[in-house]
Design a protein around this ligand. Structure first.
Ligand SMILES: [Zn+2]
Length: 240
């Protein structure tokens, strides 16, 4: 099995994390894949990373900025509807699924809190990052300067053409620093928006890691822009 890993998170022996690749197979049940096959992909990943699949919490992702504190009702069979998960509990793997959107893994080593977030264009425009950090602060007494954030493989700017309406929306939200125009085409840099939002939320520059791997340029990752019937790869994080 081949994973992409975060250098920031790799230094903590009590954490297990990864960003999967196509070699790990599709992990999403909602993309017209054979459910038995998807389940097998999950089972293999759970075995490889040594967690109990039943305790894994994934999400019914809706391109919102909603953050959910994991409760006992949340498990593999019953994923909550949200775009970010946060917990201080051990042995509960959190999973975010993507194909071009940005998977973000968060860790506060001081308060021992982990979180994952799904940030595509909508999530970035609605600043899901800010809500995640706010939950760290309000619900777990975290100090933003302790929090680490690792953004996994996602679509690069040159692969992310957006239409005039979206470029206008970016301008209205004062996100045009992440917009470039070539001829009559607009390209959006989601990573740049997320980095700016993380810095605005008082995350230290040295605690932010952004993968340069593009899900569309690089054939190891699922890409929705490449194929509308694409599977999903994941970012996963848990405390041992
Ligand atoms: Zn690309």
């Amino acid at each position: 099995m081949k994973f992409y890993q975060s250098k920031l998170l790799n230094s903590f022996a009590n954490l297990t994390h990864c960003f999967t690749t196509k070699q790990n197979g599709n992990l999403a049940f909602h993309v017209n894949d054979n459910p038995q096959k998807v389940l097998q992909n999950h089972q293999k990943l759970a075995q490889e990373l040594e967690y109990d699949l039943e305790t894994l919490v994934h999400m019914k992702q809706i391109h919102s900025n909603k953050v959910k504190i994991v409760t006992q009702e949340d498990n593999f069979q019953n994923p909550p509807t949200c775009d970010a998960l946060i917990t201080d509990k051990k042995g509960i793997p959190l999973m975010v699924m993507v194909a071009d959107c940005s998977p973000i893994l968060f860790y506060d080593p001081k308060k021992q809190v982990i979180a994952v977030a799904h940030a595509g264009r909508a999530g970035a425009f609605h600043n899901i990052v800010k809500n995640v950090i706010q939950s760290f602060i309000d619900d777990f007494d975290s100090n933003p300067s302790d929090i680490l954030a690792s953004i996994g493989p996602s679509i690069c700017q040159k692969c992310y053409e957006v239409n005039a309406l979206i470029s206008l929306e970016a301008k209205e939200q004062k996100l045009d620093f992440a917009l470039t125009k070539e001829g009559d085409k607009f390209y959006l840099n989601i990573r740049k928006i997320l980095k700016t939002q993380l810095l605005e939320a008082k995350i230290k520059k040295e605690n932010i890691e952004i993968s340069k791997l593009c899900s569309k340029c690089n054939q190891n990752y699922y890409s929705y822009r490449e194929n509308r019937n694409s599977g999903r790869f994941c970012g996963l994080l848990y405390k041992k």
